[in-house]
Design a protein around this ligand. Structure first.
Ligand SMILES: *[C@@H]1O[C@H](CO)[C@@H](O)[C@H](O)[C@H]1NC(C)=O
Ligand SMILES: *[C@@H]1O[C@H](CO)[C@@H](O)[C@H](O)[C@H]1NC(C)=O
Ligand SMILES: *[C@@H]1O[C@H](CO)[C@@H](O)[C@H](O)[C@H]1NC(C)=O
Ligand SMILES: *[C@@H]1O[C@H](CO)[C@@H](O)[C@H](O)[C@H]1NC(C)=O
Ligand SMILES: *[C@@H]1O[C@H](CO)[C@@H](O)[C@H](O)[C@H]1NC(C)=O
Length: 500
């Protein structure tokens, strides 16, 4: 090794030490809205191999929490919004929840540190559905933690979207809570403060760029070359700092300037929109990591930033109502491959480490038969059926498969449906338009996926209800056969599970 190399190793070592000591580690969001989840033990190993120290879950899934036993990872468990009403109405329900989903796991060696009560419950798109229940649920869960003797070890919080605060002038120093929920927010903030609990906020420069074509692109990133937002003596050249500090000002103004803040979700998607690509995602996430690795914080909140990347793995069953990008937030693909170079400051290689020992189905794909005439009237309904029941979010303008020709497009849709149905031959028929091939149709950036072997412990969710009413009869028959097969498989799995 030459001097330079020693220097570089030494430097990496210092960075790593500083990262662990000064920052307290980086976290990841682990969502499970996937048709074929990677086995939880594999994911936990992947988290550890990548030097993540914390993980945030969206519920209290038994499979995930069992895999996290004795992993050493700090865990934030979540309460889904649809449970808030029950927990708000009954202290007993909250006690049961804490007993089953916190105490028991802690006794088994899961390092639970936070309970996330709801997930972005005050989003404007929810029309106020959770305004009445979130705070009482928070209070009941806190009460239950106290009763269980866990109140110093486990903190409550509510992951909130950054839309709970605003600044009339656009300057962070004019930040305050959204006027329609200001009273409620102040009550919550006081409660968090009284219980030494953190405020959790999700910040998404990507969404700002997605929803506003005039949003200055460079301002979403961290190179510091965007024209600045001037706020008194401070100038902001990236949206993260400005948005974060709008919250700090809102807290400060209301007497809670020292309340700890966690960045619950931050990230950038890689597909499904013209601004969602691996280049931008790399630029954003690496910029963010470099920013927090320096440990400087933001202009009005200097010091380490506690953050959870969104997200660890792509989720092919997320709702695409907000946009096609929703299924592509992972820094890893559905099968645990790194999507781009990302140095978290935690691994020896300085890169991401893939999931180990993932099991794939056979090297087979479903494609449009080359002999089929593209004018065939059965093609369009077949494609829309495949897309509605599988995943075509990588097709479209400026996406990873945006440059396919018509034939490629159709094949992509067919293959997605076929893989999602575990390569069942019935799922590659489409009125005899489709055929199975062993030749990989992948081209350039467009990956024709092969599905992984679904983790049997997690795939209990019943098949979705089919969207059959306007599809040709053959599809209903296909759907029927597939459902029967899947049900049989599930019954078999259940039985073998019981026998074990
Ligand atoms: C524990 O959490 C799971 C997953 O969110 C939930 O289904 C279950 O009802 C909870 N248990 C209790 C006793 O509330
Ligand atoms: C919210 O209200 C709008 C308009 O009234 C409606 O279209 C939408 O479905 C509602 N959303 C929810 C989650 O209730
Ligand atoms: C800012 O920096 C990025 C990355 O180096 C570059 O792609 C972009 O063109 C720069 N923008 C300006 C306005 O200089
Ligand atoms: C979008 O697609 C066009 C044409 O294929 C290409 O020139 C352009 O660079 C793409 N833009 C992005 C942001 O990928
Ligand atoms: C491929 O499919 C996408 C999405 O369905 C569509 O926008 C695009 O026009 C199609 N391209 C071709 C060449 O058919």
């Amino acid at each position: 090794m030459g001097n330079m190399e020693w220097f570089s190793v030494g430097f990496r070592m210092i960075c790593w030490l500083c990262f662990v000591v000064c920052v307290g580690g980086i976290g990841a969001n682990w969502g499970t809205q996937t048709s074929h989840p990677i086995p939880p033990n594999t994911v936990v190993q992947m988290l550890k191999n990548n030097g993540f120290q914390k993980v945030k879950l969206f519920d209290a899934d038994e499979g995930l929490l069992n895999a996290l036993k004795k992993s050493g990872l700090e865990v934030m468990v979540g309460i889904p919004n649809d449970m808030l009403a029950v927990l708000a109405a009954s202290t007993k329900a909250a006690q049961n929840w804490v007993s089953k989903n916190v105490s028991e796991y802690i006794n088994d060696g899961v390092n639970i540190r936070y309970v996330a009560v709801g997930n972005e419950p005050f989003l404007q798109t929810y029309n106020g559905s959770f305004l009445q229940t979130t705070f009482p649920a928070l209070q009941n869960v806190q009460g239950a933690l106290t009763k269980a003797g866990l109140s110093s070890q486990v903190k409550v919080t509510i992951p909130l979207n950054a839309d709970v605060y605003e600044s009339s002038s656009g300057r962070p120093s004019d930040g305050d809570f959204r006027s329609d929920i200001r009273g409620l927010m102040l009550a919550i903030v006081k409660f968090l403060s009284d219980n030494a609990a953190p405020f959790t906020v999700n910040i998404y420069p990507f969404i700002s760029l997605y929803s506003d074509p005039n949003f200055p692109v460079d301002y979403a990133f961290f190179e510091g070359n965007s024209s600045a937002v001037i706020d008194g003596t401070t100038s902001y050249t990236n949206m993260f700092d400005a948005n974060h500090d709008t919250l700090i000002w809102a807290l400060k103004k209301n007497g809670y300037g020292n309340l700890p803040v966690i960045v619950g979700e931050i990230g950038w998607p890689t597909d499904g929109d013209m601004n969602a690509n691996p280049q931008y995602a790399q630029r954003f996430n690496q910029g963010f990591m470099n920013h927090i690795l320096m440990g400087q914080g933001t202009p009005v909140r200097p010091g380490p930033i506690d953050a959870y990347l969104f997200s660890l793995i792509d989720e092919d069953e997320k709702s695409i109502q907000p946009g096609n990008f929703e299924r592509h937030w992972g820094i890893f693909t559905y099968d645990g491959l790194p999507k781009y170079q990302l140095n978290l400051g935690t691994t020896k290689s300085g890169g991401l480490v893939r999931a180990l020992n993932v099991q794939y189905l056979d090297k087979k794909w479903c494609v449009l038969k080359p002999s089929v005439n593209l004018d065939d009237s059965r093609i369009a309904p077949s494609v829309s059926y495949a897309c509605a029941n599988a995943d075509c979010t990588s097709l479209g303008y400026n996406t990873s498969c945006g440059n396919l020709d018509a034939q490629g497009n159709i094949s992509y849709a067919f293959n997605s449906f076929y893989q999602k149905n575990d390569q069942d031959a019935v799922a590659c028929d489409f009125s005899n338009l489709a055929t199975i091939t062993e030749k990989d149709p992948t081209t350039g950036t467009c990956r024709f996926e092969i599905m992984i072997v679904a983790d049997s412990g997690m795939s209990w969710n019943l098949p979705r209800s089919p969207i059959c009413s306007h599809t040709p009869c053959f599809m209903e028959i296909n759907e029927y056969l597939l459902r029967c097969k899947r049900l049989n498989k599930m019954v078999t799995m259940r039985i073998s599970f019981k026998i074990e």
